[in-house]
Design a protein around this ligand. Structure first.
Ligand code: DSN
Length: 413
């Protein structure tokens, strides 16, 4: 009500977006719907103050309660992920990863990560990103035939490149990461191993994806994907990280502040603390399990309709579809599905012959629709709609209507 009076234009746009979310299926795998409690903390008075520094060692006054909030958030993160050190100040995933580079590398050092067109992230050394401009980036990919990691090939590449830091993590890899194999590879050249679990953090907590914590030195994550918190980032140092360099936690903290960032967004940190409390419940474990169950049912149904899934299926929250046998581009599929009320994204597939802005694939995920309470039965229904829309643009108005009415049964949190 207050916003409506103060700024009716923004109020109206928020209202319209709320309606869009209510009446559509959000199926971009990196997105989710936060709880009202998370949003309340995020929209609180905590946005008002600067808090440069860390709890107990701040540069400004008046931070008694901010310290308590940030400490609570750190403790919850440590307990949930079973790590001895957590920094909850990164504004998001990219700043978190930047801080890792600054903590363990010097400009010009060799680093390695999964290449973007094979499902990696920009900050893992992709050519247009700072991570390839300030460091010598060598990228690994997935196997042409299996579309999965070929650990023997990666090991060979690592031996040749002798990187200081190896990233493991992805934005579009539908399979399990074998952390132990990556650790053996990193140890063969004495490299730091960093797991970027942005996409799968919630699955790790729910126990449906192995945790990297026993194997890697550093873990970074965003907090708003399967973890279902506010937009943000975190960096954690594991026992293994401590063992490799006892000063690593201190180095990480110093690179986040004052190395890279100024005042942390404490409203975001409070909202993250709320999210971490929610993620520690049995209900969250059930949620994580259901994300994967839903995704696997959706994958099997899509296969029945003749869709060609990269790697042949999924172990996690996302599906990558190669649309070339359907005679439609990823761009057109994204457009058509959006019009029908299914929000997905166009995506490159490994060894894609087409350019990233008009790639051959689409990426679909189940975290947000699972938050709304959808289960296996609904996945079958959704697969049918995806098939109809991809098969014919004429079906779009009819499916849009059906999705609007279907969504009424699954309110947003
Ligand atoms: N933009 C994110 C995603 O969609 O996967 C990666 O940071």
């Amino acid at each position: 009500m207050k916003l409506k009076k103060a700024d009716s234009q923004i109020a109206k746009l928020i209202e319209l977006e709320t309606e869009r979310q209510k009446t559509s299926l959000e199926m971009i795998p990196s997105e989710n719907h936060t709880s009202p409690a998370v949003r309340e903390a995020l929209g609180s008075i905590l946005t008002d103050k600067y808090a440069e520094g860390y709890p107990g060692k701040r540069y400004y006054a008046g931070l008694e309660y901010y310290d308590k909030i940030e400490n609570l958030c750190i403790e919850r993160a440590k307990k949930l992920f079973k790590v001895p050190h957590a920094n909850v100040q990164p504004y998001s995933g990219s700043p978190a990863n930047q801080a890792v580079y600054m903590a363990v590398c010097e400009p010009g050092d060799t680093i390695m990560g999964l290449s973007l067109p094979h499902g990696g992230h920009l900050t893992h050394g992709w050519k247009v990103n700072f991570s390839a401009k300030f460091f010598k980036s060598v990228q690994y990919g997935v196997d042409k035939k299996t579309q999965m990691f070929n650990y023997g090939e990666i090991k060979k590449l690592v031996k040749e490149a002798q990187p200081k830091l190896i990233w493991v993590g992805a934005t579009a890899y539908p399979r399990i990461f074998d952390w132990k194999k990556f650790r053996d590879i990193a140890d063969s050249v004495g490299a730091y191993l960093a797991a970027d679990i942005a996409h799968i953090a919630g699955l790790v907590i729910a126990g449906v994806h192995p945790s990297p914590v026993p194997y890697v030195h550093i873990v970074t994550t965003t907090t708003h994907k399967t973890l279902r918190g506010p937009r943000g980032g975190m960096i954690m140092v594991t026992e293994e990280g401590f063992r490799k360099d006892p000063n690593l936690p201190d180095k990480i903290n110093k690179t986040v502040f004052p190395g890279l960032q100024g005042g942390p967004h404490e409203n975001q940190i409070a909202a993250l603390a709320v999210c971490l409390k929610e993620a520690a419940t049995p209900a969250f474990k059930r949620y994580g399990k259901q994300i994967v169950k839903n995704c696997q049912v959706l994958a099997e149904e899509l296969k029945k309709y003749g869709f060609n899934l990269v790697t042949g299926g999924t172990d996690n929250h996302l599906i990558l579809i190669d649309l070339r046998n359907k005679n439609i581009s990823g761009k057109e599929a994204q457009y058509r599905l959006e019009k029908a009320g299914i929000t997905i994204n166009k995506n490159t597939i490994p060894y894609d012959p087409n350019p990233p802005f008009n790639p051959s694939g689409i990426r679909i995920g189940t975290p947000a629709i699972t938050t709304r309470g959808m289960k296996e039965k609904e996945m079958k229904q959704i697969a049918g709609w995806i098939n109809e829309v991809i098969s014919s643009s004429k079906s779009v108005p009819k499916i849009r209507k059906k999705i609007k009415s279907f969504c009424k049964k699954f309110p947003l949190p």
